[in-house]
Write a protein that binds this ligand. Structure first.
Ligand code: ADE
Ligand code: ZN
Length: 335
């Protein structure tokens, strides 16, 4: 199974570039930028990665992102992630970035997007990996602030495919952002959002009805509501599931109790993703491996998950087909 997963062609549709920041690189960049981290070593930092909920994690995640200052920092962060993609047979990725985490510290939008984009271009040239960018609004901030970010993004619109919604879910429902999402869609961005990670099924309803999202990030709590499940299937929306994230943030108490198999059995379309791999103990392939083992998934299940990752990506039809053909050939030879 490990080898089957390793060589399986796949796309990753849910990861935060700031969440790929490995402790080693964080220390290196902090040193380069003469910023003192509140930890004395890589080991001490890694030891702080124990979370009881989403907010516990976010506090540490924003602190880590605070050492990113220059274009080269964003380049190094992104290129490091894409190098790991190459090693895992990830053919396509849809990368979320949180501009406000940086612009609120005085780093320009241009610095952030230039570094990330340059790494994406190099990875496409060097590894043949395609990437899209998802600009995510921080939901603990106001809609007015999200509007400012939307305005800052417009000169770089050609580099950004979609908008997302992330950060502290509880108390910050999708309805808070309905105007800015409407404006973003008018600008040509595809609407996506985290929903039903810690928030309940009502938040998923709002995300699909008020924001009109085309894919649901996490979506675990959709299972609380049968009518919602039926509606998600009817609208053909996929859930980007992140098993090791769910375990680390105590969305599930054990991977054996993870709802992924139940989602599949209900007819929901799901994909496997790493979310914030540097913090949750595994890249995308480790997520496939851990959930396969916990739920006894078959090769056919894994093939279907990888197939969904291309089918529910934002790729154009021709590129989707090219990837799907390659995946099918792989499956025929290795099943
Ligand atoms: N930002 C980074 N990871 C996140 C997650 N799992 N949920 C919400 N916001 C996030
Ligand atoms: Zn996420």
């Amino acid at each position: 199974m490990k080898i089957f997963i390793q060589n399986l062609p796949k796309a990753e549709l849910h990861l935060h570039i700031e969440g790929t920041f490995e402790p080693e690189l964080m220390f290196k960049i902090a040193q380069r930028n003469q910023i003192k981290l509140p930890y004395n070593s890589v080991e001490e930092l890694a030891k702080a990665y124990h979370f009881n909920c989403l907010q516990d994690f976010l506090d540490i995640y924003y602190q880590g992102a605070g050492v990113l200052l220059f274009e080269q920092d964003f380049y190094d962060l992104t290129y490091s992630y894409l190098t790991k993609c190459m090693a895992q047979n990830v053919r396509h990725t849809e990368i979320m970035f949180d501009p406000q985490t940086h612009t609120d510290r005085g780093v320009s939008f241009e610095t952030v997007i230039s570094g990330i984009s340059r790494a994406i271009e190099d990875a496409q040239k060097n590894f043949g990996i395609t990437s899209f960018l998802i600009m995510s609004f921080l939901r603990h901030l106001s809609e007015e602030e999200a509007f400012k970010t939307l305005a800052q993004s417009l000169p770089f619109k050609h580099k950004i495919k979609a908008v997302g919604l992330d950060s502290s879910e509880k108390g910050n429902p999708p309805s808070k952002f309905k105007n800015v999402f409407r404006a973003a869609v008018l600008e040509g961005y595809i609407p996506l959002a985290h929903a039903g990670e810690e928030g309940n099924a009502d938040y998923v309803w709002e995300a699909i009805d008020l924001l009109g999202i085309k894919r649901i990030d996490h979506g675990n709590n959709s299972l609380q509501d049968e009518k919602l499940v039926t509606e998600i299937i009817k609208r053909n929306l996929a859930l980007t599931v992140c098993p090791l994230s769910n375990l680390a943030l105590k969305v599930v108490n054990d991977l054996k109790n993870h709802p992924l198999k139940k989602m599949i059995d209900l007819g929901l379309k799901v994909t496997i993703n790493s979310d914030d791999p540097a913090y949750f103990g595994g890249q995308v392939n480790q997520n496939y491996e851990s959930i396969q083992e916990a739920l006894n998934l078959t090769k056919e299940d894994l093939y279907q998950l990888a197939k969904n990752s291309f089918e529910y990506s934002l790729l154009d039809e021709a590129t989707k087909q090219k990837n799907l053909i390659e995946l099918e050939e792989y499956y025929k030879l290795n099943s």
